[in-house]
Ligand binder design. Structure first.
Ligand SMILES: [Zn+2]
Length: 288
């Protein structure tokens, strides 16, 4: 049988799952008009009430939504979603079953391998989606990003870290009457998100969980695990206050961050960066 001409290769849609393509289709893509989404977050305990996939679900679902919006705003681009990678550094709560911690050096190598393999075939744009904000985890991602930028001149960004660490959520969120900045892990914010996205995965016991707060950025806690810090149930914050309305607002806010960052990346415009203090901690932190 005569081989198909390039023009006859099945035209792919503008939002695609990478693993469903064949190499011919990938070769046909316009390097300069294709944006890749690399989704990466660890499986990690999220209190007695939320699934261990909480961060991974959020990092993935906001990309599904963001690419739908982007397809309307910039239909000339192709959006390729890579399969979600369930790894990340979360050593501090591995004293609970369900937390799988992967050293951030491996996170770095995985992100770099994906990026460099794509760069070798001329692709230029990668948006990294992670909802896990542990600095050790971000250290892996950011060092891979730097290497991809210097070695291949790739345009890479990780939008959520800068938004989160510059306290943009607090500046934008509806008035609630309590400080959501203390909702660090599986607390009000994340429980609300899951109540909106996956209500059937939220255990009803969340309503009875007492508020518990810790400053996990304090130098005194370095190297300690959750139970040593008195976090016996594995959450930090007030899950009992959760509601799906806030979850919906928060989810859409995250989606918009990815929409705006993708456009900025493509148009070579300024992208917000991590604050200096976070970059400093990242530098001084050990790989773990
Ligand atoms: Zn989380």
């Amino acid at each position: 049988m005569k081989s198909k001409k390039n023009s006859e290769i099945k035209k792919i849609s503008k939002i695609v799952k990478f693993e469903e393509l064949n190499w011919k289709q990938i070769q046909e893509m316009d390097n300069k008009k294709t944006i890749f989404y690399l989704i990466i977050s660890p499986l990690e305990e999220h209190g007695p009430h939320l699934p261990i996939g909480t961060d991974l679900f959020t990092a993935r679902d906001v990309i599904f939504e963001a690419t739908k919006k982007l397809n309307k705003i910039k239909p000339e681009l192709t959006y390729v979603i890579l399969p979600s990678i369930p790894i990340g550094s979360c050593k501090f709560n591995t004293d609970f079953p369900g937390s799988i911690s992967v050293n951030s050096k491996i996170v770095r190598d995985v992100v770099y391998s994906f990026g460099s393999s794509l760069a070798q075939h001329g692709f230029q744009y990668i948006v990294i989606s992670t909802f896990h904000m542990a600095i050790a985890h971000l250290k892996g991602i950011y060092s891979a990003m730097n290497k991809l930028q210097t070695k291949y001149d790739m345009k890479v960004c990780e939008p959520w870290g800068p938004f989160f660490y510059n306290d943009e959520i607090k500046k934008r969120e509806p008035k609630l009457g309590f400080d959501t900045k203390r909702e660090i892990h599986a607390g009000f914010r994340e429980t609300s998100l899951m109540k909106y996205q996956y209500p059937y995965l939220v255990d009803e016991s969340y309503k009875k969980l007492q508020s518990i707060y810790r400053n996990l950025e304090s130098p005194r806690i370095v190297g300690k695990k959750f139970k040593q810090l008195g976090l016996k149930e594995g959450y930090v914050g007030s899950p009992s206050k959760a509601n799906a309305d806030y979850g919906r607002w928060f989810f859409n806010e995250i989606v918009n961050v990815y929409v705006n960052s993708t456009i900025a990346l493509y148009q070579n415009k300024k992208i917000s960066k991590l604050p200096k203090n976070i970059k400093f901690i990242m530098k001084t932190l050990f790989w773990e």
